[in-house]
Design a protein around this ligand. Structure first.
Ligand SMILES: [Zn+2]
Length: 180
């Protein structure tokens, strides 16, 4: 951290403590060149992301809500809470790294699907059934066959599948339907 007085590049942290109800760290620094003292704050950069719903309405992205829907999909599945937490954090990071102020809810859903695919096939199907609004059994079959195909090169680590390997693929995905 460059000194604001002499632009010297060597400063020492003399004191470091949480502030602002633990939402920031306040540091007292001293410049080694001129002895100037100054304060810096470190805090989480929270860029608000807006989610565009299907209706066109925009709502602030809500990590808790995302977490809950993932937990519902994973209910009674043998996945440790820490892994779920890491998964949610991974999704949030991906959203943030998109660098967009607004993200379509479908894009959020697609990230969740991708993450669940590698984590737990059952949860993946559960989530997909809500996210894609399944109307007929054929939709389930389609997702099941996607999972079966999903273990391709570069695919996520969805190898531990407890899937029916003979999941009928009686309805092929429509042309142009994306897999990612
Ligand atoms: Zn200085």
């Amino acid at each position: 951290m460059r000194c604001p007085y002499c632009s010297g590049e060597t400063t020492q942290v003399k004191d470091s403590r949480p502030t602002d109800e633990n939402q920031a760290i306040r540091r007292r620094r001293v410049c080694e060149d001129c002895g100037g003292r100054f304060t810096t704050f470190e805090r989480v950069q929270l860029r608000e992301i807006l989610v565009i719903k299907r209706s066109g309405r925009r709502v602030p992205f809500d990590r808790e809500k995302l977490s809950r829907s993932v937990e519902v999909a994973l209910r009674k599945r043998p996945i440790q809470p820490e892994r779920i937490e890491r998964m949610v954090s991974g999704i949030v990071r991906q959203l943030e790294s998109m660098g967009e102020q607004e993200v379509a809810s479908q894009a959020v859903g697609a990230l969740v699907m991708e993450a669940l695919k590698g984590l737990d096939p059952v949860a993946y199907v559960r989530f997909a059934s809500v996210y894609r609004d399944f109307r007929e059994a054929a939709d389930f079959h389609e997702v099941l066959s996607e999972i079966a195909e999903g273990a391709g090169p570069g695919g996520s680590a969805g190898r531990r599948s407890g899937l029916p390997s003979d999941a009928p693929a009686e309805r092929r995905p429509e042309a142009g339907e994306r897999k990612h």
